[in-house]
Design a protein around this ligand. Sequence first.
Ligand code: PLP
Length: 383
Amino acid sequence: NFDFSDRVGRVEPSATLAISNLASELEAQGEDVVDLSVGAPDFPTPDNITQAAKDALDAGHTSYTSSNGIPELKDAIAAKLRGNGVDAEADEVIVTPGGKQALFETFQTLVDDGDEVVLLDPAWVSYEAMVKLAGGTLSRVDLAQHDFRLEPALDELAETVSDETKLLVVNSPSNPTGGVFSDAALEGVRDLAVEHDFAVISDEIYERIVYDGFEHTSLGSLDGMEDRTITINGFSKAFSMTGWRLGYLHAPSDLIAQAGKLHSHSVSCAVNFVQHAGVEALSERTDDDVEEMRQAFEARRDMLVDLLAEHDVDVAVPKGAFYMMLPVDDDDQAWCEGAIQDAKVATVPGSAFNAPGYARISYAASEERLREAVERLAEHDYI
Ligand code: PLP
């Protein structure tokens, strides 16, 4: 009988996990489940990256590294960010075991009890949990009614933020919607951040997965944002490296000094040989593989949008990442449970992202499996 902390009592286990547990149970019973609930690319990690990790192991890179990361990787990350127009130096970077840890450290560094953090809904599940763990209070702006676009919601954002706002979280391309914010929307964010003097987390982990010839804009590259942006990124999605656990944050050096304390007292450092593989991932030798994966995701998006249209299902066409929001019944939880039990298709209820009435589909699955999923959902009258 432990006396658990108030802190841990503030959060729920991840809703995505509940669905994947159900999917695993059904599979253990011999059922063939099409799992569209996972947020991981279904490609192997590019060979040159794996080879670089093997070489690093052979070279004995197995001890602790300096806490914020090996110099080669921090240099490569800073150079990559400068390519995005962000004025970055290597000592403004902390290399973390995954983008998730980078976010966790950022919230812990900036948010005190009662501080207001603004989320744009639908929002990735862990932002809310991390804000609550830090003691912050949440304000939310709903983008669902605007086809998941930010530009038409800027007035609502302006009404929501105030001088009391501490932090806003922007995630473009977005998990769970696949939405990509326009430059005008990002400029709108900048104007509000400058007016009310708040900081912005820009989670750009899906930056390399954008469609229709779109070019990603880093929020931190905008005039006025250089001193108030924390850029989060990672290797999981672009390079299909979810299990390697590698990510980073970039911010002005005063924030790095504070977050670095949390980093050194919690994880110490990211895995040594994985950091060496990260240097290789950021080299241009990986560009062709990244582009191949991006094209595969784009082709699947097109196919899925067409297949759904054949069943008269209209979706907001994603512009990036590998997710799509399917409009379903008001009780999206029941819809998702039914879809997995009856049609053996696993999706995540929109409520998990504060977007009831939707189910999130991840199309990090083969075209054949996506086709199968749509057929089964239609056959069992879920679409
Ligand atoms: N940010 C978003 C929006 C995500 O979807 C994820 C993973 O699902 C992450 C951050 C964290 O990814 P990782 O910790 O694997 O780098």
